[in-house]
Design a protein around this ligand. Structure first.
Ligand SMILES: [Zn+2]
Length: 322
């Protein structure tokens, strides 16, 4: 069933109840226990490491706290406490339209689960989505912003929805060249986006293990590509699962802005580093965008506000996943 999630809510949202999730860290290989709590309006998405000195584990999930973008997105704070692989959970939160949440973890990494954002979406929908009283702010893109680094390129154009497009080129592999777009405002995040898994290459595995990465990696949490072949017995969830996952990573990295964007992002050969550099370019290019509430935007352009009934209907359609 196609169910648009509540990304269009005029007001901020959190979850109804505290929920738990346990899994292995992809890079550390250690088991991580995670607890997601509801949070106050205007608090955003924040993380707390419970396994460090009390008072030093708090890390706001914001772009200016990014400390590493190799293989995954890592955030950190002034005490040198870091948290790795935040992007798939952040994508799930954004895809479910959750503005405010507090996430506690007892290790250095968010669990990798199955390599996609789908298990997090299930956890969040089980918790239930709660409307909050304050209006939701968005970042309204008014002029194009571009960033280029070698053959990597990204542009964010004005648009009336929140759209992400990725183009990937992996010549001489089963992946090939692919382009895919996802519109957070209209498309079905749970069924077409959240379940796309991360991927890696068989010939790179040993060198990554040597530098202390992917200790928790396995065929149960990544697609492994060996030239023209896919090693995983079960094959792909979508023919273009690779490019879908790249779009998912873009959505997760952009969630670090703290607000949904109203605009259309296109990235050629995207990765966490390109997304992060692009976000810095966006922040620097302050005349190209504005903070505005979604209600103000709709009023300005005469867009009909969703009425109470349609909102209830959308909440009802969530119930099928509970
Ligand atoms: Zn990813």
């Amino acid at each position: 069933m196609s169910t648009p999630l509540l990304t269009n809510s005029l007001t901020q949202q959190t979850i109804n109840n505290t929920v738990n999730c346990i899994g292995i860290g992809l890079h550390s290989g250690k088991n991580v226990s995670m607890v997601i709590h509801p949070a106050e309006t205007n608090s955003g998405i924040n993380f707390i490491r419970k396994d460090v000195t009390p008072g030093q584990g708090f890390i706001p999930g914001r772009w200016y706290n990014v400390v590493n973008t190799k293989m995954s997105t890592t955030i950190g704070n002034e005490y040198g406490v870091t948290l790795q692989t935040v992007e798939h959970l952040l994508a799930a939160l954004r895809g479910c339209g959750i503005d405010n949440a507090l996430i506690e973890v007892d290790g250095p990494e968010i669990p990798i689960m199955d390599g996609s954002a789908a298990p997090f979406v299930d956890v969040l929908l089980n918790a239930g989505i709660k409307d909050q009283k304050e209006d939701r702010n968005i970042i309204w893109i008014q002029r194009p912003i571009e960033y280029r680094n070698g053959d990597k390129y990204a542009i964010l154009m004005p648009g009336s929805s929140s759209k992400f497009t990725a183009e990937i080129q992996f010549d001489n592999t089963v992946i090939g060249t692919n382009v895919w777009s996802f519109d957070l405002t209209h498309d079905d995040f749970k069924n077409t986006m959240s379940c796309a898994r991360t991927f890696g290459f068989a010939d790179e595995i040993n060198s990554l293990i040597e530098v202390g990465l992917i200790k928790g990696g396995s065929l149960s949490n990544a697609i492994i590509v060996d030239g023209k072949e896919i090693i995983n017995e079960e094959g792909l969830r979508f023919k273009n699962e690779f490019v879908r996952h790249k779009v998912l990573d873009c959505i997760g990295d952009f969630a670090l802005l703290g607000y949904q964007i109203l605009g259309s992002y296109f990235a050629r050969k995207p990765g966490h580093e390109l997304n992060h550099q692009f976000i810095k370019a966006l922040i620097d290019n302050r005349s190209a965008w504005s903070y505005i509430t979604l209600r103000e935007y709709n009023n300005m352009f005469g867009i009909k506000q969703p009425d109470k009934d349609s909102k209830e209907q959308r909440l009802e359609s969530h119930a099928v996943y509970k």
